[in-house]
Design a protein around this ligand. Structure first.
Ligand code: ADQ
Length: 464
């Protein structure tokens, strides 16, 4: 079997205390055959490296490169997170385009390509992850790399009218078409990508899952990411008996409990969710004193100015809600910006009667799947899910809301808090069945099978 080479912006280095995340767990079987994972070390150095440092870790080797401060600013803070991220999350008002950032983005991708090319074996399958690395295949091909290369986009894609706002839109689209396989989280994202292909490059998918560009075939497919649902369910069942879960249980003192778990990011719709909670206490007084909402919002990308603004806004809103509704023995909204361990989260999800997942846009949103997996099937909680999360294409038995309308979220909160046990069980059973169908393992298998099944870069459509 060919070796799999993963490339992503960050690598889960065990020496930096990284715990096995979704992708690592999902790829465990693949890693048994030996694998390589390349990405940024998280370190800033005087110069961006073009040769990787190798960290041997059993069957899975890690290769990391350091970035210079200048490249970090232009590539990561600049083009990736101040241009691509807001645009791909339908927030053109937040887009900050700068030609120097785009040049830095291309430069860092070229450095990744150079570092990777030195480590490649001829039959390696290269699997590139996410929006930071769109130009990587193009940079590898420029170095003469002939391996199969696939790309998976974890975030949404946008229609042509939106993508065209980005000055190098057409160039980026062409770069995506250099890959042999391009995978998306949801049908809507693929649909929007095809809209861009037609509008900018006059390319339409003719049959099956292939598009033809410059005599090459590119497989384009929806492959939703999943979790180890049964494993997460076991973890939650165990965690709920632990000390942390017990502390939480004591502190909520028999009240209904709602939870939200997100990175502190403007795409996650947190201000609207906080407002919705304020309206709940205002319009449905029966919930006052009787419900506690915990929002875990781990700080992220603090170098990007927009994230600092969001944090101030949430500090203000949480203060306002607690100031207005709290009593001396009840704090309605608990808001913390520290990350919480996965084990503790699993227990918290299981204790929560309502899981709040209301991003304005999201590629998939794995919290939605984790929340469903963690529930007690005999007394499950209710998932409130944004229709603009990729997860909503599958998880239709959640209460699906438009996150731009805080009052719709309020009504969903009230419906979830008052839902009968029979209805909760019925919805949960269907949702759990779905998250056991599409798992982390099926996601990796589908992607790698698609990649292994493509022609090598030297083959052409006509020679197949
Ligand atoms: P993220 O935007 O980071 O990921 P998400 O899928 O919700 O979003 O979370 C990824 C993981 O981080 C989950 O396992 C979750 O438990 C954990 N996590 C999130 N917030 C946390 C917190 N406050 N404390 C501790 N852990 C937290 C991107 C895309 C998503 C897509 C994923 C995977 O934006 O749409 O689902 O990649 O493809």
């Amino acid at each position: 079997m060919a070796r799999v080479v993963i490339v992503s912006n960050r690598v889960p280095l065990p020496s930096q205390g990284a715990k096995a995340g979704g992708l690592t767990v999902a790829l465990r079987d693949v890693f048994k055959q030996g694998a390589l994972w390349l990405g940024w070390s998280g370190e800033i150095a005087a110069e961006t490296a073009t040769s990787a440092k190798i960290h041997n870790s059993g069957k899975l080797d890690f290769a990391t490169i350091d970035l210079s401060e200048d490249d970090y600013q232009h590539f990561y803070v600049g083009f990736a997170n101040s241009a691509l991220w807001p645009l791909l999350h339908f927030q053109p008002g937040l887009l900050e385009f700068d030609r120097e950032d785009f040049a830095g983005y291309l430069r860092v991708n070229a450095a990744y390509a150079k570092a990777l090319a030195e480590l490649l074996r001829p039959d390696d399958l290269i699997w590139v992850h996410d929006y930071h690395l769109i130009p990587l295949a193009d940079a590898l091909r420029a170095l003469g790399v002939k391996n199969r290369i696939g790309f998976f986009l974890h975030v949404p894609f946008v229609p042509a009218s939106m993508f065209g706002i980005l000055p190098p839109a057409e160039r980026l689209l062409r770069m995506m078409c250099v890959y042999d396989v391009v995978g998306f989280q949801a049908r809507q994202h693929l649909h929007d990508f095809e809209d861009c292909l037609l509008s900018f490059l006059n390319i339409a998918r003719q049959s099956g899952e292939s598009i033809s560009i410059d005599g090459r075939a590119v497989t384009v497919r929806v492959m939703p990411i999943g979790i180890d649902s049964r494993g997460f369910a076991r973890r939650a069942k165990k965690a709920v008996l632990g000390r942390t879960a017990h502390r939480l249980l004591e502190s909520i003192a028999g009240r209904a409990f709602m939870i939200g778990v997100d990175r502190l990011d403007y795409s996650k719709g947190l201000p609207n969710r906080f407002e919705a909670f304020g309206y709940l206490l205002d319009r449905f007084p029966e919930h006052r004193m009787n419900v506690t909402y915990l929002q875990v919002a781990a700080r992220s990308r603090e170098d990007v100015a927009e994230y600092q603004r969001l944090k101030r806004e949430l500090d203000r809103l949480s203060g306002e809600i607690n100031g207005r509704y709290a009593d001396f023995d009840w704090q309605p909204l608990r808001y913390m910006t520290r990350a919480v361990s996965r084990a503790s989260l699993a227990g918290f999800y299981r204790q929560a009667r309502v899981g709040l997942v209301t991003p304005l846009r999201d590629g998939m949103n794995l919290v939605a799947k984790e929340y469903v997996a963690a529930q007690d099937p005999d007394d499950p909680g209710v998932l409130i899910l944004s229709r603009f999360a990729g997860a909503a294409e599958e998880l239709t038995e959640a209460i699906v809301v438009n996150p731009h309308d805080p009052e719709e979220i309020t009504e969903a909160m009230h419906a979830a808090l008052t839902m009968t046990l029979d209805e909760r069980k019925d919805r949960h059973e269907k949702l759990f069945g779905k998250i056991c169908q599409t798992t982390a393992v099926t996601y990796c298998r589908d992607f790698l099978n698609a990649l292994a099944g493509t022609a090598t870069s030297t083959d052409t459509l006509t020679s197949q």
